[in-house]
Design a protein around this ligand. Structure first.
Ligand code: NAD
Ligand code: UDP
Length: 389
């Protein structure tokens, strides 16, 4: 990008170049955000994470055009005194660090609660004490289940959007009972949201809270046995990609009846950029970021991914492309699910004029093309190995 070009915010004012402390920069969302900031803005990034595999292409070689604008700091925010110094050096802190895979919520509830609440506390405190702006990543899961899910199955009210559309400033947060440890994540995220909100109200912390609704795309999670543990269970995009790459049936948890709206990571990153560069419009707000037009059941997602993968790989699908599994078998005791997640877009529309663009089919086509190109050969070799030895 021509860093001398004047870039204007939504109110026509020049956008100053800033330094961003990005915690969790080495993850799925962080890697896309770093890429966008490096290629299209003059901002500097202090990238904090325990891993950097997903941003290696931005850190090396030294001749890249943004050389010097991104620095990687290998820091575990649980126990590293260097964090406060980095927050102080930056104009804005973005906190993405979290344990955020559902397979962990009921099997590692302590780690989940520590990661999403306790470990985020110092970040909020350093921002508040040093008068630094914070963009904190929460989750759509704070809404939990919809009000409609408690209505009788045949109730006509289930068709009324008032019973299922999720609104930042109106919808309640409805979680299951304590032994349903699935909700340990949502509950920890909700409490940190409340703390940030209170810091804003009592101590004037400038904050923005982001609630992502199933952002998906390249570099999400890992493929078990290839670039992650063989027994690991990533989020649904990577689970289904793994099944397709290995020519196994896609596993539908409890019939695949839950509904989700999926958004392409590149659309979602545009929304985050607007938040970064329009603080006057974004501060003090909680934003849903999702694509209400891309709603499917998990079963429909499996069917669409099977079709798209056949197209991009040139291989016909297997005879029985899906198989039903219970949530207890797949995730263990204490799993529960969000029934339906459609974001209301009123606030983000009004404040930032943002709308998602990419259809589910198109985003799956580009993402599965990436998965095929990145993993198909490695999977073939991994499958062939035991036979050869
Ligand atoms: P991710 O797991 O790919 O990224 C999280 C990153 O944080 C990882 O690179 C991890 O190494 C790092 N991290 C975790 N603990 C750390 C620690 N103690 N010190 C340093 N680094 C640490 O996940 P993601 O999908 O990029 O999600 C980012 C944020 O967005 C999370 O807060 C998540 O809860 C939220 N979110 C994402 C989605 C989505 O659709 N992807 C949905 C809801 C919420
Ligand atoms: N799921 C599934 N099969 C899989 C992985 C996930 O049926 O192999 C379901 C899961 O039970 C949930 C949905 O897909 O209903 C989305 O799961 P994900 O892990 O992406 O996270 P969530 O949206 O629940 O936060």
């Amino acid at each position: 990008m021509a860093s001398s070009a004047v870039r204007l915010d939504l109110d026509g004012k020049p956008i100053p170049a800033i330094t961003i402390c990005m915690i969790g920069a080495g993850g799925f969302i962080g890697s896309h955000l770093c890429e966008k900031i490096m290629s299209e803005t003059p901002h500097k990034v202090l990238a904090v994470d325990v891993y950097n595999d997903k941003i290696k292409h931005l850190l090396e070689p030294d001749s890249l055009p943004w050389n010097g604008r991104i620095q990687f700091h290998r820091i575990n925010i649980k126990n590293d005194s260097r964090l406060e110094g980095l927050v102080k050096m930056a104009d804005l802190t973005i906190n993405l660090a979290a344990i955020c895979t559902p397979a962990d919520y009921n099997t590692r509830p302590l780690d989940t609660i520590y990661s999403n609440f306790i470990d985020a506390l110092p970040v909020v405190k350093y921002c508040s004490e040093n008068n630094k702006r914070l963009i904190h990543f929460s989750t759509c899961e704070v809404y939990g289940k919809t009000i409609g899910s408690y209505l009788p199955k045949d109730s006509p009210l289930r068709q009324d959007p008032a019973y299922y559309i999720l609104k930042e400033d109106e919808s309640p947060c409805i979680f299951g009972s304590i032994e349903k440890q699935r909700w340990s994540y949502a509950c920890a995220k909700q409490l940190i949201e409340r703390l940030i909100y209170a810091e804003g109200a009592e101590n004037d912390l400038e904050f923005t809270i982001v609630r992502p609704f199933n952002w998906i795309g390249p570099r999400m999670d890992f493929i078990p046995g290839i670039d992650g543990p063989s027994e690991g269970v990533p989020r649904v995009l990577a689970c289904f990609s793994n099944n397709l790459l290995r020519r196994e049936p896609l596993k539908l948890v409890d019939g695949g009846e839950s509904q989700r709206t999926f958004i392409y990571i590149k659309d979602a990153i545009e929304a985050v950029m607007l938040m970064i560069e329009n603080p006057a419009r974004a501060n003090g707000h909680i934003f849903n970021v999702g694509n209400p037009n891309n709603e499917v059941t998990v079963r429909q997602l499996a069917e669409m991914m099977t079709q798209v993968y056949s197209k991009v790989s040139g291989e016909p699908s297997i005879d029985s492309p899906t198989i039903d599994v219970t949530s207890k078998e797949f995730y263990g005791v204490g799993y529960d699910d969000s029934d339906k997640r459609i974001p209301d877009m009123t606030i983000i529309n009004k404040q930032l004029g943002w709308n998602p663009k990419t259809s589910l089919w198109d985003l799956l086509e580009s993402t599965l093309t990436y998965q095929h190109r990145t993993y198909a050969e490695a999977i073939k070799q991994a499958i062939a190995k035991p036979l050869a030895s």
